[in-house]
Design a protein around this ligand. Structure first.
Ligand SMILES: Cc1cc2nc3c(=O)[nH]c(=O)nc-3n(C[C@H](O)[C@H](O)[C@H](O)COP(=O)(O)O)c2cc1C
Length: 366
C-alpha cells in the first residue's frame, strides 16, 4: 500500500516540516549505519617511537580555498529553514568562529521561503564574521532548473566563501516526497562553477563519492570535493523512518534495503584522492580526531563531521567548543605519535591498509 498524507500538505509547510524532522530524527532515533562502517578501522597509521618533536610545537593549521583553518576540521552541512534550526546554526557558527574552523550550512532552498527562514541561515555569518562559511544547494535542485539568480541569493544570505552542491540520489530515492531526477546535473554544476562567483564544493551526504563521480565534478569545474562516505549518518535510514511514519510502504522497504548502501569513507578517499587534483575533504562517520588524522594520511585536506557536532550544538555553544577542542587535541596527539610536525607531513605519514579496505583497493573494477 502506498499512502502519503504529506502529499496533501502545502509544499512550503511540508519543506519546513521536513527540515525539522531532518534534525529531530538523527537526534532522537538510531539512524547511523547499522552494520556498515567507514573502513577507517582498516587504516593503521605507523607508530613512530622516535618522533624528535614536542607536542606543543605541532602546527595543526591548514589552508583550504585560500582560508586558513586552525585545524583540519569542518562542521559539515546540516540545517536551517526554521527559527529553532537557526539556534543550532548560531551555535555551530560560534564554534567555527572561536576555533577558526569552517562550517557548511544545511541545504538552503528553504531560506527563500520567508525572512525568518533566511535568518536561520544568516545567523551563521553574524556569529562567524571571519570563519570559512559555505552555502548549500542540492544537486537535485540544480537538475530541476534551480535558477542561478536564486543561488546567488543563497550565497549572499550568508556572505558565503563557497557554494556546496550536495548529491543525494539515495535520499531522493527513499524520501516519501523525493524526486530521484538527476539528469542534467553535471551541466548545471558546470554552469554554476562558471557563473556563481564563488568556488563550488561538490559533496555526497553519506553514501560516498566514487573516483568517477569526483572526476566528473572536477571536470565540471568544482574547486573541491567532499567524499562524505558510508559509516555514519544514513539518509536512507532517516527517510526510511519518515516513510514508515507516513505509511509509504514501498519507500520504507527501499530504505530498509539501502540503509547501509554506499562507499565507506576510507574507500571513497582511496578512490578519489589520487584521481583528482583539487582538494578532497573526508566526512561520513568520522567520530574522533584519529579518524580525521587517518583521512588526512589518505590524502584529504580536512575532515568533516555532522552528527557529532549537532549533538553538542543543541546543548550549548560552550559544550560544542569544548568537544571540538578535544577533537583537535586528538588530531595533535596522533600527529605526535606518527612524528608529523604539520599537516603536510601527516599527509605523508606511513600507513598499512588491511582487511576489506585492502580488498577494495585491489579488487575494484574497472
Ligand atoms: C542532521 C543532519 C542534517 C544534514 N543535512 C544536510 C544538508 O542539508 N545538506 C548536506 O549537504 N548534507 C547534510 N547532511 C549530511 C552531512 O553533511 C554529512 O555529509 C553526513 O551526515 C555524514 O556525516 P556524519 O556521519 O558525521 O553525520 C546532514 C547531516 C545531518 C546529521
Amino acid at each position: 500500500m502506498t499512502h502519503d498524507p504529506a502529499q496533501q500538505e502545502d509544499p512550503k509547510a511540508q519543506l519546513v516540516k521536513r527540515k525539522l524532522e531532518g534534525v529531530e530524527i538523527p537526534l532522537n532515533k538510531q539512524v547511523q549505519a547499522k552494520t556498515a562502517t567507514t573502513f577507517l578501522e582498516y587504516v593503521h597509521l605507523v607508530h613512530n617511537a622516535l618522533p624528535e618533536l614536542n607536542l606543543d610545537e605541532i602546527d595543526t593549521s591548514v589552508t583550504f580555498l585560500k582560508h586558513k583553518f586552525s585545524a583540519p576540521v569542518l562542521i559539515d552541512a546540516m540545517t536551517g529553514g526554521a527559527a529553532p534550526l537557526g539556534k543550532i546554526n548560531g551555535n555551530l557558527a560560534i564554534a567555527a568562529e572561536q576555533l577558526s574552523l569552517g562550517m557548511v550550512v544545511g541545504s538552503q532552498r528553504a531560506g527563500l521561503l520567508s525572512d525568518e527562514a533566511a535568518d536561520s541561515y544568516a545567523v551563521a555569518r553574524r556569529n562567524a564574521p571571519n570563519a570559512f562559511l559555505a552555502a548549500n544547494i542540492g544537486g537535485a535542485q540544480l537538475a530541476k532548473g534551480f535558477p542561478l539568480e536564486a543561488a546567488r541569493k543563497l550565497v549572499d544570505m550568508i556572505k558565503a566563501d563557497a557554494l556546496v552542491v550536495h548529491l543525494n540520489p539515495l535520499q531522493e530515492l527513499i524520501q516519501p516526497e523525493g524526486e530521484p531526477l538527476y539528469k542534467g546535473v553535471v551541466g548545471r554544476i558546470s554552469e554554476f562553477a562558471e557563473k556563481i562567483g564563488v568556488p563550488i564544493i561538490v559533496k555526497e551526504v553519506g553514501a560516498g563519492l566514487s573516483r568517477e563521480a569526483a572526476l566528473r565534478a572536477e571536470m565540471a569545474g568544482a574547486s573541491a570535493v567532499n567524499v562524505s562516505g558510508l559509516g555514519g549518518t544514513s539518509w536512507a535510514g532517516v527517510e526510511q523512518i519518515r516513510a514508515e511514519e507516513r505509511e509509504v510502504t514501498d519507500k520504507a522497504s527501499l530504505g530498509e534495503l539501502f540503509w547501509d548502501w554506499g562507499i565507506p569513507t576510507a574507500a571513497a578517499l582511496l578512490e578519489v584522492t589520487k584521481a583528482v587534483r583539487i582538494p578532497v575533504l573526508g566526512s561520513g562517520g568520522l567520530r574522533n580526531g584519529l579518524d580525521i588524522a587517518k583521512c588526512i594520511a589518505l590524502g584529504a585536506t580536512i575532515g568533516g563531521m555532522a552528527w557529532p557536532m549537532l549533538k553538542r550544538a543543541v546543548i550549548s555553544p560552550e559544550v560544542l567548543v569544548e568537544y571540538v577542542k578535544a577533537l583537535i587535541g586528538e588530531i595533535r596527539g596522533t600527529m605526535f605519535l606518527v612524528g608529523s610536525r604539520n599537516v603536510e607531513e601527516l599527509k605523508r605519514a606511513g600507513y598499512v591498509l588491511t582487511g576489506p579496505l585492502a580488498d577494495w583497493r585491489q579488487q575494484r573494477t574497472p
